[in-house]
Design a protein around this ligand. Structure first.
Ligand code: OSB
Ligand code: MG
Length: 369
């Protein structure tokens, strides 16, 4: 097929509650949605970059610019384009994986819709429903945290992830463990906020029965994670540091992690995410699907990925209402602590036009020269 146009929509959606991590507080989600028009029909992509380059170096306006100036022209130039060619066509641009992933997702959706194949079956999914985990931000007090955890357990979430930072770690996490008991599937995420010399604060978490500790040190400190992994019994999991199948392979060889958080946007797309799944499966390394507060479009694509057999831990895949009062797609809901994997062609979901228009703050259409 041939790419005829790319529509970029910047959307702004209020979050149900502010989300605080070690790198900042967010009360709304700014996101970039991409609609690809091709000779075979259209498809949707979502860019997971946030407003600020804090979680990673990419950010929404930067993604718009790199798509317009550097990525879109490379795709328009191709007389024939399949989703499997997108990464290669964009390889001359270094980095910018979240922007690239959004384009690949849109082309892949278009291709699969036209063939009547669901993304889950295309990627190799084997599950119809996946267990839902919830990622809970840093709270104002331990009491508030206990309340928020309780609310989500009542809704049926199967696993809880707590955001931590120096000063908000052993005490709140211990309080949650004591209140909800040893059977609660509990893990923590440091978002790179710890220095190597603060390893003692991480070791203080080691007797709390955590499933894993996610990315305590900054993105580039892979060796620091390998050193910690030798000192701590709790499995170390990497998020920010895993930017490709290549870096995942290296991190595993270095012993920097025993579990991998796979986020398609961070690694340049769903096809690269499947390669990470495959290499981890060959080594018996559990993977789980991370989240970036996606709208229903990105959520649909993440659910498809999480349906693969190596995703043996619950992901940061929550119901739409955990994030948004009104999602751009029909809302994803919890059913007995699980979310159903869409089985329609492509993503299996589409934005509701009226809602999409309401949350759109900027829109432009890119076309071949
Ligand atoms: O580190 O996993 C993270 C959200 C935005 C940026 C980074 C992260 C997160 C989350 C939320 O933890 C996951 C979700 O529910 O989408
Ligand atoms: Mg994380």
């Amino acid at each position: 097929m041939r790419l005829l146009a790319l529509e970029l929509r910047r959307v702004l959606m209020p979050l149900v509650a502010p989300f605080r991590t070690a790198f900042g507080v967010q009360s709304e989600r700014e996101a970039l949605l991409v609609r690809a028009t091709t000779t075979e029909g259209h498809g949707w992509g979502e860019c997971v970059a946030q407003s600020e380059p804090a979680y990673s170096s990419e950010f929404v306006l930067g993604c718009e610019l790199v798509i317009e100036r550097h990525l879109a022209p490379r795709l328009f130039r191709r007389p024939r384009l399949a989703a499997a060619d997108v990464a290669g066509a964009l390889a001359g641009v270094s980095g910018h994986r979240m922007a690239k992933a959004a384009l690949e997702m849109a082309v892949l959706d278009a291709e699969l819709r036209s063939r009547g194949v669901s993304l889950a079956s295309h990627l190799g999914g084997v599950r119809e429903r996946v267990p839902a985990g919830v990622s809970l931000g840093i709270q104002g007090s331990v009491d508030q945290l206990l309340q928020v955890v309780e609310d989500h357990l009542e809704r049926g979430y199967r696993r809880v992830k707590l955001k931590i930072e120096p000063g908000w770690d052993a005490e709140p996490v211990r309080a949650v463990r004591e209140r909800f008991g040893p059977d609660l599937a509990l893990q923590v995420d440091g978002n790179g906020a710890y220095r190597r010399c603060q390893a003692d604060q991480l070791l203080a978490l080691d007797d709390l029965g955590l499933l894993l500790i996610e990315q305590p040190f900054p993105e580039e400190q892979v060796l620091a994670h390998a050193e910690l992994a030798r000192e701590i019994r709790t499995p170390v999991c990497l998020d920010e540091s895993i930017t490709s199948a290549e870096t995942a392979d290296a991190a595993l060889q270095l012993g920097a992690c025993r579990v991998v958080n796979v986020k398609p946007g961070r690694v340049g797309g769903h096809l690269e995410a499947v390669r990470i799944h495959d290499l981890c499966q060959r080594r018996d390394v559990p993977v789980w699907c991370g989240g970036m507060l996606e709208t229903g479009l990105g959520r649909a694509a993440n659910l498809a990925l999480a349906a693969l057999p190596g995703f043996t831990l619950p992901g940061d895949l929550s119901a739409s209402r955990r994030y948004y009062h009104r999602d751009v797609t029909p809302p994803f809901e919890l059913e007995d602590g699980c979310i159903r994997v869409p089985d329609g062609p492509g993503l299996g979901v589409e934005p509701v036009p009226a809602i999409l228009d309401e949350v759109t703050v900027a829109r432009r259409v890119l076309e071949p020269e």
